[in-house]
Write a protein that binds this ligand. Structure first.
Ligand SMILES: NC(=O)c1ccc[n+]([C@@H]2O[C@H](COP(=O)([O-])OP(=O)(O)OC[C@H]3O[C@@H](n4cnc5c(N)ncnc54)[C@H](O)[C@@H]3O)[C@@H](O)[C@H]2O)c1
Length: 430
């Protein structure tokens, strides 16, 4: 079983790569350094260059049919550093912009990667669609449900290829787990337990306000978020995710990745109906955040239950993993995170044997490169990506509704998909 599964996974990895490469593109594009015909090259612009945006760009530039022609950041220190990095690592000389609207006027551009904080996903994404560019937008798709709705509409209205940065959707290991669960060999799926415990989720240590750093256009960084007259480093680069104005804490940061897997396991494509959510701030009082450090959420599905737990400021968890999923089926459970997975069989007392064979796979990996490859291929084929905006919106709704329910104290929310609203929302958001 072990060998069979391993062989399958290797094959699946190849299949995903090969399927992605079929059609317009050929195998040489898999490897950095190979040559691509100019007509095959996808010209990319990056908006938001500091961390994940640049990581995504590097993955794209690892393929010979991708080229960076433009970079944009409202922090000119980051912009200059990343322009140098692109030159040093890839020998390319992108144009530099501090305003994404100017970048979108660049006629050479085919596609943009949006690596800005969550509050700055929607506007550049819609503007890029209007400008006829394809879009790789980071997760969660947006910081508000209404923004997610508009983004799906824009992608469809302007007929753009959009990949949302839920890269596990391109991962062979995750596809194998889904296949195993859906095959029924483990019995009926009853419950998916999710947990995500990370130290960073409590925010940074509180510091006094300070002057806006030289080279930063802070008003532009705030953009659609509420205006602020003061600057604080713990609300800025990287730390913004712990403030409602810009992000949703661990619930949205990790929630969209992991809830996405729990939904995929049951082929759920609908928006959440009911959510039970509790959130509290119980630890690290000398740290800066709005979001909850501690949450317990239940997302009932038609025939299985998804649960979410996080305790930010801790990094231990069930099954000796600080984050992961436990897919509980009648005959076995699958415990998984990006590092690998285990099939843990139930014991059959009648036949005195495990109901299914145990199995361990420890060669998990990050999948940003495969997700980038899928985006490049879809730009050429005009096929749907592995994570189109509909999936990005769906899982963002789950994560945002959990936060909304806990923030309002409504705890139990019911989503009205037909009217796109939360009819049970009684109390205003604090
Ligand atoms: N898929 C993943 O595994 C993964 C991992 C980490 C982060 N992310 C996502 O990536 C996004 C970025 O996260 P990060 O950790 O890189 O944040 P970050 O704060 O490190 O970087 C964001 C960058 O965007 C720039 N920026 C802000 N507003 C801008 C604007 N209007 N125009 C141009 N540049 C602007 C900032 O100056 C900064 O350089 C977030 O949505 C996050 O959730 C995804």
């Amino acid at each position: 079983m072990k060998n069979n599964r391993r062989t399958f996974i290797k094959k699946s990895a190849l299949t995903i790569g090969a399927a992605g490469l079929s059609g317009a593109v050929g195998a040489p594009f898999l490897y950095s350094g190979a040559k691509a015909a100019p007509s095959e090259i996808v010209n990319i612009g990056l908006i938001g260059c500091r961390n994940m945006g640049f990581g995504n760009l590097e993955k794209h530039l690892g393929y010979a049919d991708a080229r960076c022609v433009a970079l944009c950041d409202v922090d000119s220190n980051i912009l200059d550093q990343r322009a140098k990095d692109v030159k040093d690592k890839f020998g390319q000389n992108p144009d530099k912009y501090t305003d994404f609207r100017k970048l979108l006027e660049n006629k050479d551009l085919d596609a943009v990667i949006i690596g800005t904080p969550d509050h700055w996903h929607c506007l550049p994404m819609i503007a890029a669609c209007e400008a006829g560019k394809d879009v790789y937008v980071e997760k969660p798709m947006a910081n508000y449900i209404a923004e997610c709705n508009l983004m799906v509409k824009a992608a469809n209205k302007y007929n753009r290829v959009v990949q949302v940065g839920q890269q596990q959707r391109s991962g062979a290991m995750w596809a194998e787990i889904m296949k195993t669960i859906k095959s029924g060999e483990l019995g009926k799926l009853r419950k998916v337990e999710i947990w995500a415990n990370f130290n960073y989720g409590v925010g940074g240590k509180t510091v006094p306000d300070s002057p806006v750093p030289a080279g930063v256009d802070y008003d532009f960084w705030l953009g659609p978020a509420p205006k602020r007259d003061t600057f604080n480093a713990q609300r800025f680069h990287g730390y913004w995710r712990m403030f409602w104005d810009y992000g949703g804490g661990l619930m949205t940061d990790w929630g969209v990745h992991l809830i996405d897997m729990a939904l995929w396991a049951g082929d759920v494509t609908t928006t959440p109906e009911t959510i039970l959510s509790y959130g509290a701030n119980l630890s690290y009082p000398n740290h800066s955040r709005d979001v909850f450090d501690t949450m317990s959420v239940t997302f009932p599905q038609k025939d299985y239950i998804i649960t979410w737990q996080h305790a930010a400021g801790t990094q231990t968890g069930p099954w000796d993993r600080n984050y992961g999923l436990n897919f509980i089926c009648d005959n076995a459970s699958i415990v998984a995170n990006r590092g690998g997975y285990k099939i843990l069989p139930e014991y059959d007392d009648t036949i005195k044997a495990d109901k299914v064979p145990a199995y361990t796979f420890e060669e998990g990996r990050e999948n940003h490169d495969l997700h980038a490859r899928n985006f490049l291929d879809c730009i050429k084929s005009r096929a749907k990506t592995n994570c189109p905006p509909e999936i990005g919106r769906q899982v963002a709704l789950y994560a945002h509704m959990a936060n909304i329910a806990a923030r309002t104290g409504d705890e139990k929310l019911v989503w009205d998909e037909d009217n796109n609203r939360l009819p049970m929302l009684q109390k205003p958001m604090p």
